[in-house]
Ligand binder design. Sequence first.
Ligand SMILES: [Zn+2]
Length: 90
Amino acid sequence: MPLHTLQLTDFAWLVVLIIIIVYMIYDLYSRRPKRSITYTRETLVCTKCGLNVERDFEPGDFIGLVKGKCPSCGGNLKIKAIYSIEKTKR
Ligand SMILES: [Zn+2]
């Protein structure tokens, strides 16, 4: 068997092997379920001017809690709503 034919066969096998590996990796990633991250947010409303402020939820927060000062008028900010949003990541 001539040497160049042997090398070509080896190369062809290598290509096939690479294709299989790439396909397996692609298959693994495409089958992976979508990961979703849930964020908990809260809406604060100023008792004086009614300004709405959105913030990340912090443990211990509840609706009606006075939390911080209004950036606009300096009045009290009260938690009006707590909700969660879902973001999908692949
Ligand atoms: Zn205000």
